[in-house]
Design a protein around this ligand. Sequence first.
Ligand SMILES: [Fe+2]
Length: 203
Amino acid sequence: MTFELPALPYANDALEPHIDARTMEIHHDKHHKAYTDNLNKALADHADLQDKSIEWLLQNLSSLPEAIRGAVRNNGGGYWNHNFFWEVMSPNGGGAPTGELAEAINAAFGSFDEFKAKFAAAAGGRFGSGWAWLVVDKGGAVSVTSTEYQNTPVMEGKTAILGLDVWEHAYYLNYQNRRPDYVSAFWNVVNWAKVADLYAAGK
Ligand SMILES: [Fe+2]
């Protein structure tokens, strides 16, 4: 297999009560696994593409054979997005960013609370399935964006430093239709140390 499903970096129940164990189990073991398996299936007859990185594939979709382009966009995007998502959460998460990341957030949004409001609006305003993101540009400026389906900032050459999955599969068992409650709970598990590392590497 070309791409492997990474293990969750913590136990299924580690993010409770904010994200419940059953949701994490299904999300990782079923949904993330399906994206991984289907990405590998799409590449099965394309040996020349199997040694490419996932980032390369997502940034060169237009050069891929048309027959697999959609499958790589959807499943490769899903593969990358979920790899990323698990890493920016932690059972020791929450609180607020510090240092140069906090300064960049204040510069862009005015305050941490204003940033959270803008990010929550992006997450809540994404109609249907998609993601909310915090990205950094090469000058160190941060901004909020969102993508539909499993599209990802990687496809646009952007550097994501925080992401939130707002597909119903990410929250429906525990929150049903209350996406705003799920978004509020997310702040309790954000791994700001990881986000700061991504900021430092990406700016
Ligand atoms: Fe998901």
